[in-house]
Structure formats: structure tokens, C-alpha cells
Design a protein around this ligand. Structure first.
Ligand SMILES: C[S@@+](CC[C@H](N)C(=O)[O-])C[C@H]1O[C@@H](n2cnc3c(N)ncnc32)[C@H](O)[C@@H]1O
Length: 318
């Protein structure tokens, strides 16, 4: 039951425990960083800025891969959950023999209005890559080879050991079952090949993604899905509760420890495992000392503040 008169100040979980409602919390978190996902009100300048940012980010990825795989210029690279495909375009143009992107959805090849912003952004990145290619007088070389395949990461139609490098950025938290995806990754990358995963772990401040954010700090780490649904129904109505819960249910709700065990069980040597804390999440958690005392079973304080897992693996056997 909510309490506090017209404006809910406390929500009582099914187990009887009250949790504090902090009006404006959701907006504050959402406003804390600009998005590179195009919005309907974006101007040409916004697109140009986002294209520059995406290009710089993809170039950093290429450089990071190159540091861990010495002969990148001859490598075959697979991007799992490639989304708008920009990382593949940059990998192919800048460094590799063959880049392949797989995703359940490929906005680059969708004709509808929904995919138009992603196509526009990718077009801008392509223009920038082409300009750089001309500046480097590289037009005589072979054109970059990039291919996109609409496929489920848990069932890849590639032969065993056909890639040298695999990258998957901000996708593993979405792919289920994640064990199956990891097994497929281990199968399609040759022994000795390198896998890079960047994971947005579920229980940190924004790990529930935009739809999961409400005015109860870290609600997704403190409430069952049923309590979450009840809170949103009471505060925003049943339709929004269904939307928010549906989103949460698409995400892999794993702690940092669970990610470590899952990946550790695969045929991989862990080359690097970085858990990156978010200064913003740390500061917010200090403002909300009640959060740490009311966590769901198995969730630890560190799960609330680490916004990013950066993992580098070497495949040890087929
Ligand atoms: C947040 S996006 C990340 C896109 C891209 N890697 C990036 O860094 O911008 C997550 C992507 O994972 C894809 N995805 C989710 N489940 C998948 C699955 N089972 N197989 C392949 N792709 C999947 C989604 O369609 C989505 O494009």
C-alpha cells in the first residue's frame, strides 16, 4: 500500500518492508547523460554530433581490439548484437579483412520510419569513413568487406572456428539464454581467438534500462517484479506497468558474481575483467542510504554502482 497522502512517499513491499519514494529520481537519472539514440526532435547538428561520437567510440573499440590481437588487418571479426551496425562499418573500413554483424533486427536494412534515424546515423558515419579513406589515398585498395546477417545469437549459422575475433557490446544483457549465446561464441571463434564483451549489468543504477527507472531508487534491485508492477500500476496505471515490466523481463537479471561464474564456466581464458564503477551512481547511493539495507536476495552493494563490465577472453578450445 502506498502512504503519504496524494503524493506517494512510501511504498510497502509484499514482505511488509517500506521503501522510500523519491519524486524526480527517474528524471534525474535519465538527465544525467545525453543519449546517442536519435530522437524525433533531433536537428542535423544533433545527428552530426552523434555520428562523430559513435565514430570515435568505434575507433576506440578497433584500437582496443588491435592491442589484444596482433594481426587485425587480416582477421575475420564477428559483432554479435550489432544493432545499427556502426561498429562493423568502422571495423571493416579501418582494420579487418572481413567484418560480419549479426542481430535479431537490422535497422540498416529496414525500410520503415522507425529505422530511418539509425539509417541516417549510419549514413553519416559511412560518409566520414569514406572521406578519411580518400584523405589517406586508400581508394585503390580493396573495398572494406562487411556483411550483416539477421540471426539469433543463440543459434548462429556459421561453421566452427571461422572467426578470429568476436565483439559484443551492450548486447549480452539482452540475449537469452545467455549460456547458449556464450556456447555459440566459443564455437564460432577459433581456439586462440579473442572475444570482447561489454556488458551493462542489470542491478546497477541504469542497468534496468530506461523503462525500469521509476521514482524508487534502484527499484529493480530491491523489489520483486510483482511489487514493481504493483508500484507502477498505483503510480502510472496498468498499461505503463505492463510496458515497464515487459522491458525488465527481456533483460538478463544477473549479478556481477553470476556473470563471472557463467563466463568462467566456458572454454575461455580470462585475459581482462574490468568492473567499472559509476561516480554518479556512487554519489546517488550515498544520498539514499536506505537502498543498501533493502536489496533483493543475492544482490550486493557493488552490483548497484558498477555500470559496465569490460571483458576480454581467449578461446581455449573448440
Ligand atoms: C543495446 S543494443 C546494442 C547494439 C550495438 N552492439 C551497440 O553497441 O550499439 C542490443 C542489441 O542486441 C540485439 N539482440 C538482443 N537479443 C538478441 C539475440 N538473441 N540475438 C541477436 N541479437 C540480439 C538487439 O536487437 C539490439 O540490437
Amino acid at each position: 500500500m502506498p502512504s503519504g497522502g496524494g503524493c506517494m512517499t512510501t511504498f510497502v513491499r509484499t514482505d511488509g518492508r517500506p521503501v522510500r519514494v523519491v519524486p524526480g529520481f527517474r528524471d534525474r537519472v535519465l538527465g544525467s547523460r545525453p543519449s546517442v539514440t536519435p530522437r524525433p526532435d533531433w536537428t542535423a547538428e544533433d545527428y552530426a554530433r552523434a555520428a562523430d561520437k559513435k565514430l570515435a567510440r568505434a575507433r576506440r573499440l578497433v584500437a582496443a581490439v588491435a592491442r589484444r590481437h596482433d594481426r587485425l588487418d587480416g582477421a575475420a571479426v564477428l559483432d554479435v548484437g550489432c544493432g545499427d551496425g556502426i561498429n562493423c562499418l568502422v571495423l571493416a573500413a579501418v582494420a579487418v579483412r572481413r567484418a560480419v554483424g549479426v542481430d535479431l533486427r537490422l535497422p540498416l536494412f529496414e525500410s520503415g520510419e522507425m529505422a530511418a534515424p539509425a539509417r541516417r546515423l549510419a549514413g553519416l558515419v559511412r560518409e566520414r569513413l569514406e572521406r578519411a579513406r580518400r584523405r589517406a589515398h586508400a581508394t585503390a585498395g580493396p573495398p572494406p568487406s562487411v556483411r550483416f546477417v539477421r540471426a539469433d545469437a543463440t543459434r548462429l549459422a556459421f561453421p566452427d572456428a571461422c572467426f578470429d575475433v568476436l565483439v559484443s557490446r551492450s548486447a549480452m544483457e539482452h540475449i537469452a539464454p545467455v549460456e547458449r549465446a556464450l556456447a555459440e561464441m566459443a564455437r564460432v571463434v577459433r581456439p586462440g581467438g579473442v572475444i570482447h564483451l561489454r556488458v551493462d549489468p542489470y542491478f546497477w543504477l541504469r542497468g534496468c534500462h530506461k523503462r525500469g527507472l521509476v521514482d524508487i531508487p534502484w527499484a529493480h534491485a530491491r523489489m520483486t517484479l510483482e511489487d514493481f508492477r504493483r508500484f507502477v500500476t498505483e503510480s502510472e496505471g496498468a498499461a505503463m506497468a505492463a510496458t515497464r515490466c515487459a522491458r525488465l523481463q527481456t533483460l538478463n537479471r544477473l549479478t556481477l558474481g553470476q556473470w563471472r561464474s557463467l563466463i568462467g564456466a566456458g572454454p575461455f581464458e580470462v585475459l581482462e575483467w574490468t568492473e567499472e564503477p559509476s561516480a554518479f551512481a556512487v554519489a546517488l547511493l550515498e544520498e539514499c542510504p536506505d537502498v543498501g539495507d533493502s536489496l533483493a536476495e543475492g544482490v550486493e552493494r557493488r552490483d548497484l554502482i558498477h555500470g559496465r563490465l569490460e571483458i576480454w577472453l581467449r578461446v581455449t578450445k573448440a
